[in-house]
Ligand binder design. Structure first.
Ligand code: CA
Length: 227
């Protein structure tokens, strides 16, 4: 999942970059509102964390402008504690959730995961499609109740596909959202990883959980359970 962090406080920005990277995100950071607006309009993001008090351009302006350009990814704002006006204005500008500083990283992570699930139409942290269950908190996968061992990249691809189960996801989108900018973007790598996921999730080749749509991408095609 690709996340943008717009924060002018260097220590907070860098600690969020490190912790979100550890949590499995591909992280872009911006130091002020102008950089944040550029990244928010140009990068293929899944979610953004935007501080409201920013130099160059305020967080509210950034949010208004990205929403005016029809960017729909969820946005979480960081606000000063006890400033209810900021929260209201942020939500009115198009933010989806807020967190007052100082906060615990675990709370930020839980809120981002919840925003991503809801953006994909899921209500709970466990995503179940047919016999496959993916737990977005524990980052584990079960097949008919039995644990499936996945590498970090295999897990990230599966999470991305299952969060948006039923939708076609292009290879380019998977590559851009999973890898850092400096990582070699080779779509053959995605093919290899998807092939390994298929063998792990469907050793008998009877479920066919991941469809390939020629020239368009992949679709996780097992039926979503409600919840
Ligand atoms: Ca600030």
């Amino acid at each position: 999942m690709r996340v943008l962090v717009v924060e002018d406080e260097a220590s907070l920005r860098e600690s969020l970059r490190a912790q979100l990277t550890d949590a499995g995100f591909n992280v872009d950071v911006a130091r002020d509102g102008r950089e944040g607006l550029f990244a928010g309009l140009e990068y293929p993001l899944d979610v953004a964390v935007i501080d409201l008090g920013l130099p160059q351009l305020s967080g509210l302006e950034v949010i208004r402008k990205v929403r005016a350009e029809h960017k729909t990814y969820p946005i979480l704002i960081l606000t000063a504690r006890d400033n209810w006006q900021d929260k209201v204005e942020g939500l009115q500008a198009g933010a989806d959730d807020y967190l007052a500083k100082p906060f615990h990283f675990e709370e930020l992570l839980a809120r981002l995961q919840a925003l991503l699930r809801r953006a994909g139409g899921w209500a709970s942290a466990e995503l179940t499609c047919g016999p496959v269950t993916l737990d977005t908190r524990a980052q584990t996968v079960r097949l008919e109740g039995n644990p499936v061992e996945l590498t970090t990249f295999e897990y990230r691809i599966l999470e991305h596909l299952m969060l948006r189960a039923g939708e076609v996801i292009s290879k380019a989108e998977l590559t851009e959202r999973l890898y850092d900018q400096d990582f070699e973007r080779d779509s053959n790598v995605i093919e290899v990883l998807v092939g390994r996921l298929r063998r792990k999730l469907d050793p008998q080749e009877r479920l066919r959980p991941i469809e390939t749509l020629r020239g368009r991408g992949y679709r996780f095609s097992l039926t979503r359970e409600t919840g």
